[in-house]
Design a protein around this ligand. Structure first.
Ligand code: ADP
Length: 707
């Protein structure tokens, strides 16, 4: 209803004249009124409490009013009609008690007057239908009044209809506008909808991205959680103590492990001051200073210090690492960190340091040189001493070909390169490298003897990746050895003739004593003969060595039965060493061998005599033969003292003897096994030993069946 009242055009002062004028019957109606009543002026007026407006006029008396003219309301009688909503009729003003003195008739000069209210269908007051005349008239009768009121009603009906039309039009217009608005709204809505659709799609897209981001966030969160768990586990596993210094309260919050590291019980309070109190005197100030620095100057906090536990009195080396957290203004907000017990590492590091120091000192004392080859990169590093041993004067990086190979003595070159190549094959020697060679300095041609020991390291595919080792100048020892060898060779040579003649004379004396029946002399000569034989054996050994050095050992190859040879040697040994029993573990078949019979005999008797020498009386020595695919393997097993693994590696070296209280009293020069190994090597065979201290040893040698 509000809408109706406010927006629909109703009849008003501006539209009233036009509306009345538009009623087709108006002029006729006013004309009929004037005719039937005899009045000279008739009008339809729009009347409100403020105004009187002439809408239609029939003026036959030259009253002078035209449609659109206004009168002041108070000058008219129409307000009375309006107020009372009744028809006012004056037949003759002069004779009318009420209006004779009324200002309106006087003002407008009329004697007769009739005015009926025009009341619209909705009860609204429009105005009046009135008529005046300067002469009196007969109006106050039911017919005239009835006619007047009927006309007024007719006008009201028209007006109502008109207004209805207006209202309907307005409503229609409103409706149309509403429809238009609806249409444009619909259009707007459609385009808005389209935009909405686009926006929606974008939204869906964005949502998807958001969902993806969300998923990532969740995953990241999950990872963070996992990491936190992992971190906690790591902290627990690593037995770290954790601490936290509150920025405002400066409260020192620690876990039980940290307290334990400072020798406190889990339920005890531990302040920073108390913690500092457990740090040893020399370190306390330093740690306190570091802590202050870290907090106030945002410095790094990573300190190592010793602590004496409060309760347990244990000295622990701790490493504390802290992390300062600043708030957005950069101010210290919290200081957190971990403490770990590094006592063992510290001790290990100290031991390592002193080991390094010792190594450095021994390296210096022994004048050891070091080399390191990176076989993947193809680079080689030599320290100063190593360079010295090769007489290298340049500072450039060294290379295998230009420095190592060139620096080797010509006679050693091929042998050493073969050994190195073999060392690079894991299956051959497991990367072990232990050689002696000569170097010739590039500058002055100086000759040096060098002992090199090293190890080749392999990757998972058994490819050599690194070769590290040390070199030692053994020139002096080597020259000494050469001199010793020369001396021994000379002495042995000189001793051989007198001892041979001594042996001959002893045999003669023995025969003579047997003839005379001098039993004491026979026994004495026999013992002397045994000793002289031993001396001859030793001298033979030395002579063999010198022959070896001079390259004078030649193999006299022949085909022979190994079984027979072993039997011979065993029989002889049993005769020579009645204190032990030499047993042959009979082979399944007879084994034929092509080799130097005498030299193989020498090897066998050497191994058997050692087995006897190095095992207590009454023990058994077993000799066993076995046939491989292309070789024959012989082993001599004893139940003697055994050899430790470190000695086992060296026993085939010349003059090497195991120094123990037990071996002290056993005669020997450490040349027997060396000779054995040289003989076997010359037969392209191998010699080795297995042993366990106190349990006995087994010596093996293998000879290819066909040389
Ligand atoms: P030696 O003349 O000293 O016996 P060898 O060259 O024959 O010289 O032996 C070298 C060293 O090896 C010996 O000094 C000894 O310590 C050790 N050895 C050799 N054979 C045996 C064995 N069967 N049992 C224990 N040790 C042995």
């Amino acid at each position: 209803m509000n809408f109706y009242h406010s927006s629909v055009k109703r009849i008003n002062m501006r539209s009233a004249v036009q509306i009345i004028q538009d009623i087709p019957i108006i002029d006729n109606l006013l004309k009929v009124i004037c005719r039937t009543t005899g009045m000279g002026f008739a009008a339809i007026a729009y009347v409100t409490p403020e105004q009187w407006l002439a809408c239609a006029v029939r003026d036959e008396i030259a009253f002078g009013l035209v449609p659109g003219d206004e009168l002041k309301i108070e000058t008219t009688l129409c307000n009375e009609v309006m107020d009372g909503r009744v028809t006012v009729v004056i037949d003759h003003v002069a004779q009318d008690q009420k209006y004779a003195c009324h200002h309106t008739p006087a003002m407008y000069g009329f004697q007769s007057y009739i005015s009926a209210p025009i009341i619209m269908n909705d009860g609204k007051y429009f105005g009046t239908l009135c008529a005046i005349d300067p002469k009196p008239a007969r109006l106050n009768n039911p017919e005239t009044i009835g006619m007047f009121e009927l006309y007024a009603q007719l006008i009201a009906f028209h007006l109502s209809a008109e207004e209805q039309v207006l209202v309907s039009g307005a409503l229609l217009a409103n409706e149309r506008r509403a429809v238009d608005r609806q249409t444009s709204l619909t259009e707007e809505l459609t385009s808005t909808n389209e935009q909405l659709n686009i926006t929606n799609e974008k939204l869906i897209e964005t949502n998807k991205r958001l969902a993806a981001v969300n998923d990532q966030l969740k995953a990241a969160n999950h990872r963070i959680e996992e990491r936190e768990v992992a971190l906690r586990l790591a902290i627990d596993a690593a037995q770290f103590g954790t601490w936290f210094i509150h920025s405002v309260t400066r409260e020192f919050i620690t876990d039980a492990r940290l307290k334990e590291l400072f020798g406190y019980l889990p339920e005890e309070d531990l302040s920073i001051e108390q913690a500092l109190g457990q740090i040893t005197d020399e370190y306390r100030e330093y740690v306190a200073h570091k802590l202050e620095e870290a907090i106030y100057h945002n410095g790094d906090y990573d300190v190592i210090y010793p602590v004496i536990g409060k309760k347990d009195g244990i000295l622990r080396w701790l490493r504390a690492i802290g992390n300062l957290k600043s708030d957005p203004t950069g101010a210290f907000s919290a200081f957190t960190g971990v403490v770990m017990d590094i006592t063992q590492q510290k001790q290990a590091a100290d031991t390592l340091q002193s080991a390094y120091e010792q190594l450095r000192l021994s390296k210096e004392a022994a004048q050891l040189g070091f080399f390191d080859m990176d076989l993947k990169k193809g680079t080689m590093e030599w320290d100063t001493r190593c360079r010295e041993l090769f007489g290298i004067s340049h500072d450039l990086p060294v290379t295998f070909e230009n420095d190592f190979v060139i620096g080797l003595h010509q006679e050693d070159r091929e042998r050493i390169i073969t050994i190195i190549n073999d060392a690079f094959v894991k299956s051959i020697g497991n990367g072990v490298y232990d050689v002696e060679y000569r170097t010739i300095a590039t500058g002055n041609g100086q000759l040096r003897w060098v002992r090199a020991k090293g190890q080749v390291y392999f990757d998972q595919g058994d490819h050599p990746v690194r070769f590290i080792g040390s070199v030692l100048d053994i020139t002096e020892q080597k020259l000494d050895q050469l001199r010793k060898n020369d001396f021994i060779a000379m002495a042995s040579h000189e001793l051989k003739t007198p001892i041979t003649s001594l042996s001959g004379f002893l045999q003669l004396l023995n025969k003579k004593a047997k003839k005379t029946g001098d039993e004491f002399a026979v026994s004495a000569y026999t013992r002397m003969g045994t000793q002289v034989k031993k001396m001859v054996g030793l001298i033979e050994g030395f002579l063999d060595l010198s022959r070896l050095d001079a390259g004078k050992i030649h193999l006299d190859l022949q085909r022979f039965s190994l079984n027979e040879l072993v039997l011979e040697v065993a029989d002889l040994a049993n005769a020579l060493y009645p204190s032990h029993e030499v047993v042959i573990l009979s082979p399944a078949s007879t084994m034929q061998l092509t080799a130097d019979r005498n030299k193989i005999e020498q090897v066998l008797s050497n191994l058997i005599s050692n087995a006897v020498k190095y095992s207590p009386m009454g023990r058994v020595v077993k000799v066993e033969m076995a046939e491989g695919e292309n070789e024959i393997v012989v082993n001599v097993k004893d139940e003697g003292m055994g050899i430790s693994s470190e000695n086992l590696m060296n026993i085939f070296e010349r003059y090497y003897r195991v120094e123990t209280s037990y071996t002290e009293n056993i005669a020997g020069f450490g040349i027997g096994l060396h000779l054995c190994s040289e003989i076997v090597k010359r037969h392209n065979g191998k010699i080795w030993a297995e042993s366990e201290l106190g349990m006995g040893s087994t010596f093996y040698f293998s000879i290819p069946q066909h040389l």
